[in-house]
Write a protein of this length. Sequence first.
Length: 341
Amino acid sequence: MYERISQVGEGTYGQVFKARGEKTGVVVALKKIRMESEKDGFPVTAMREIKLLQGLRHPNVVRLHEMMLSKNSIYMVFEYLEHDLNGILSQPTVLFEPCHLKSLASQLLSGLAYLHHRSILHRDLKGSNLLLNNAGVLKLADFGLARSYMKRKRGDYTNRVVTLWYRPPELLLGATQYGAAVDVWGAGCIFLELFTRKPVLQGQDEIDQVKVLFEMLGRYGQGGGDGVDEEWPEMRNLPWYDLSLFSKYAPSDALDVVDRLLHFDPAKRASAAEVLELPYFAANEPKAERPARVLSAVEGEWHEYESRRARRQKIIQQREEQHQPQEDSMTLTDDKREASA
């Protein structure tokens, strides 16, 4: 039914291929579900992802078309988008204007607000899981860690979710009862990333990640005493919030968005829908505009997979170029020795 064109992604779940329908000519993404390590049948995470996606219909959520079985392999067939956010931000020639950044952030929050309205947690928001097409449309993708949650009752869930650099403090500190606020934190990290063009909160491990959050988003030990900090009463010595570090990247009204998204206390963290009502999105200039003109002019298609491969090739090329002059120099020295002899 489909002819593979190229591989565009790879992870613990399996591989993703760009493919074309043999009869329709429609380009799709084939996500191959990894089955080699499954002893008990179909993977539970994939089953959950399929079940959730079958019920989702939103312009900012990737569309699952169908399932397909081929030679003992199982594929999820998705709509295809040419880029992901990580791949695009890694290209120095792609320059988004403020209206484009506002549009991308608005689309992210709109898709997230829809998920939370449907009582679904994504639990793995990051640049490589946000797809973009050349029309400037952004869609949330990769629901491998997603699950439904209870809004009016605290459920007990695993805290081994969300990629480290986008993981909120409550999960880093071991919380197992949480809700939509864990996704909102990830959206805040990505919002900052739109301006800085790289992940901002980069820890080496979980302990270091907590340290990074406190050092970059606040400061330790208000007052130097043992009193409970007013910012988050449930935790002692939590830092006050300080966004001066990011003022060189983002305008003040955008920092207000960050302030609402990256709140240490999950109970005080704004929802995605509430953030969309802030002046940055609702009133202030410039008006949001999809970056169709910018993305349609991009040469090639850029996902994190291609970006990593391009970086590896560049490193190999640089090493070869550095090694070549040394070989030439050694050869020249040998020639001189031979001439002397």
